[in-house]
Design a protein around this ligand. Sequence first.
Ligand code: XLS
Ligand code: NI
Ligand code: NI
Length: 441
Amino acid sequence: MALIGNKEYYKGIGEIKYEGKDSDNPLAFKYYDSERVVAGKTMREHLKFAVAYWHTFCGVGADPFGPGTQNFPWDQPTDAMDAAKEKADAAFEFITKMGFDYFCFHDFDLIREGTTLGESEKRLSAIVDFIAEKKAASGVKLLWGTANCFSNPRYMNGAATNPDFNVLARAGGQIKLAMDATIALEGENYVFWGGREGYMSLLNTDMKRELDHMGRFLGLARDYARSQGFKGTFFIEPKPMEPMKHQYDFDAATVIGFLHQYGLQDDFKLNLEVNHATLASHTMQHEMAVAAAHGMLGSVDANRGDYQNGWDTDQFPNNINEVTEAMLIFLKAGGLRGGGINFDAKIRRNSTDMDDVFHAHIGGADIFARALLIADRIITSSAYDELIAKRYSSFDSGKGKDFEQGKLSLSALYDIALENGELSLQSGKQELFENIINQYI
Ligand code: XLS
Ligand code: NI
Ligand code: NI
């Protein structure tokens, strides 16, 4: 395959191809057959896999107990622009070798932040020009861009919810530039993950004022992007905590309420992340069902947490039962509203070979492809849909239908209850449902 830069970073690894489940080639897809049609669309169209710039090309494996373990050649140059170009070369080499169509970034994943906002602006616009050429040459697209308004110490008390107006203004300036970069790279969506929008202690926090600021701020950001011709969707990515003790974008239900409160519901949808769902004591399926019920199932950050310790470990997905249940909701919702499946996941600190990140993304793509196939078979060939319909069939006709159509009062319910007398129990049949999932896996 043709390399775009002149150096090869992932040496000895070619384009990853589909070889089927009986292949014993570890560097091949076993289930992700990009052009295979499932439920009316190719796997490529359904899944829109994206590589997360931050984990795959910036994260070097540091943890609170020790420094990074992965020494990337593109981090060597001392000049910011040289390092950023090398990183982009490596990124496009990796994404094209994987055969994926998309990537996602934070502003300062692309290039190191400058010492002033003006310097950062120059750096960003130079690297955006460079990446625009690589995009055009490779056909790789931008699923979404975002701004990192949580790492720099200036944001320790939040960005849009900072009690200091000047920090809020700085975040505004930074997000304007991140939106400019996203628009210049033809980003299909723009994400807000409020990394420090929340509080460490409620004692020093005026919650109502902070929420009002965040609502107004997001409206300004939307208006700016729209004025620049951005037609894509804005996504909020819920997460209940970490780094803050409590974050305002707690979960899907909280964010949907917030969006309606501040009049943002027509432009914003949700980008849901598996490990954020579990941190909120939900399953990913729950979060997706909540979003889908409101027409706001926008995009997915795919990863998984650790079942024993519960942290935001951002591991690559590999639990077929969970992903199958998620893909059932995905298919029933008619897919994602504008987004895709972004692998917001990192290899472990002790995974230090250059091929480890390939194994990680191959596994991630395969588990989603396999789950998509299984979910489609459950919907088309099993009794699953029929069983659910049966549970609700009392609303399909008669008084149940009248209720759904708004034709009954509470007194009418009283009359029906009197007339019915004692009711027989209706089983939820949970074990039967669980067995169907298992049978089709
Ligand atoms: C962190 C978030 C972050 C967002 C983008 O937990 O998942 O990576 O996806 O800022
Ligand atoms: Ni996360
Ligand atoms: Ni994420």
